[in-house]
Design a protein around this ligand. Structure first.
Ligand SMILES: NC(=O)c1ccc[n+]([C@@H]2O[C@H](COP(=O)([O-])OP(=O)(O)OC[C@H]3O[C@@H](n4cnc5c(N)ncnc54)[C@H](O)[C@@H]3O)[C@@H](O)[C@H]2O)c1
Length: 427
């Protein structure tokens, strides 16, 4: 049977490589609509957990995963040899930067080698990891070509950026449009057909490079706009204007404006990392991406700003005598992801100044040998300051403010609190 028919009648065997925030929800979504899905991950704990029907990603309903495993529709493995039997393989492995802030493509290269060793003709291979433009063609196609396989003829190759937004209940895999661009028209068409099975709207672009750039544009757009708001927040602080009030009023404009918000910095695996991928690649073209560099400078300065504001508020009390409670370690609301979280930087800076700090995060029970403390009235009252770095919805902000001397709110999380507003300072 041809690949197209196998996709249409859902007998195609699917592999999802990398079972993290991106890969696992996709694997479960595919299993749910009847495909047999193999999740492939080098992390044996994840493989064991999935095969035991145990979920570890907040966005996936536990029963969806356990049901898929029980029905034999989702299986996890660390054995790359399974790739030989698969009709479609999506690649969802990390794309971090190294200590010199250069792209680290080693995860993609490793998966490309695994696929190359276990190559199956007439299969569809799609890279979903965010990366610089040219990766799909240079790394994947380049390698398979050396082994004698021609894209569009012996197999199909495409890039399709992942747009998952952990913690977002409104936009999920199925109702977030998916973009796909293949090496040839046939590759694009095969990618479109595959995603149409579980995504409501699929948009095709002419090349993998265009699809790679779409993702970079989306994340750079976000990064630069957050930086703009962070800069304006610093100015408004100096001018004694409430930036949050300004944004709220500005967003009443029904056209030509889109709200972004300041905060303690940017975090996660995407917003602070992806722009670096593009600026690195741009240098190959003798091009300096100045907006990206400026945004990185402004955003990475925000944890320092939070600390200096906090120290000002503590009115010269010796720092090693100050007790500070940090609320939120995750990089954004209602998730556990701490990668590149500005909270980590703020805590680091507090440690450097010998401040006596503790933290609470309902999603992050332990951190660097510390435990998330239990929030009690007694604990709050004993603190010199509480710093809100992540605006988790589980927090009772009225109760927190009512029991704290001073709240430094970096997210406008206390906007609905009406009593004791004199205790709240916002950035
Ligand atoms: N997290 C997000 O919100 C998000 C959103 C859009 C795009 N992305 C992009 O998607 C990609 C994956 O991100 P993530 O957050 O899911 O990462 P993650 O770290 O949560 O998951 C990646 C998984 O890949 C596995 N892995 C690494 N090397 C492997 C190999 N050789 N074979 C098999 N498995 C391997 C890891 O063990 C891990 O479980 C990144 O490029 C990221 O930029 C992430």
């Amino acid at each position: 049977m041809k690949l197209k028919d196998k996709i249409l009648n859902r007998t195609a065997r699917i592999g999802v490589v990398g079972l993290g925030y991106v890969g696992l929800p996709e694997a479960v979504a595919l299993a749910k609509i009847g495909f047999t899905v193999y999740g492939i991950d080098i992390d044996k704990r994840k493989v064991k957990s999935i095969n035991a029907g145990k979920n570890y990603i907040e966005d996936i309903p536990d029963e969806d995963l356990s049901e898929a495993v029980k029905k034999g529709k989702l299986k996890a493995t660390s054995d790359e040899k399974i790739i030989k039997t698969l009709d479609v393989v999506t690649i969802c492995v990390p794309t971090p930067f190294n200590e010199n802030k250069e792209p680290d493509l080693s995860f993609i290269v490793n998966v490309a080698n695994s696929i190359n060793r276990n190559f199956k003709k007439d299969s569809l291979i799609i890279l979903e990891s965010t990366t610089y433009t040219g990766t799909t063609r240079e790394i994947l196609m380049g390698l398979f070509e050396k082994s004698g396989y021609k894209a569009g003829k012996d197999y199909y190759l495409a890039f399709s950026p992942e747009r998952i937004d952990p913690g977002n209940r409104r936009f999920t895999i199925s109702n977030t449009p998916k973009v796909v661009g293949g090496i040839t028209k046939k590759c694009t068409e095969m990618g479109r057909l595959f995603y149409s099975q579980f995504v409501d709207k699929v948009i095709t672009v002419s090349t993998p490079e265009a699809a790679e750039m779409v993702k970079l544009l989306e994340n750079i757009f976000r990064n630069v706009n957050i930086a703009l708001l962070n800069e304006l927040a610093l100015l408004c602080d100096r001018m004694k204007i409430d930036i949050w009030e300004v944004i709220d009023a500005a967003k009443s404009k029904p056209f030509g404006f889109m709200p972004f918000y300041p905060g303690p910095g940017v975090g996660g695996h995407c917003i602070p990392v992806d722009p670096v991928y593009l600026s690195w690649k741009a240098k190959e073209f003798d091009f300096h991406t100045r907006f990206i560099e400026l945004a990185a400078e402004i955003n990475s300065n925000m944890p320092y700003y939070v600390i200096s504001k906090l120290f000002r508020l503590l009115h010269g009390k010796p720092l090693n005598k100050c007790k500070v409670l940090i609320l939120g370690a995750a990089f954004k609301r209602d998730i556990s992801d701490m990668r590149n979280s500005p909270s980590l930087k703020v805590m680091d800076l507090l440690k450097n100044e010998d401040v006596n700090y503790i933290y609470n995060d309902p999603y992050v029970p332990t951190l660097d040998g510390m435990r998330s403390v239990k929030l009690t009235e007694k604990l709050l009252k004993s603190m010199d300051a509480v710093v809100i770095l992540t605006d988790h919805s589980a927090y009772d902000y009225n109760w927190i403010v009512a029991n704290t001397k001073l709240v430094l709110d970096t997210r406008n999380a206390t906007k609905e609190v009406s009593k004791h507003r004199d205790r709240i300072v916002k950035i």
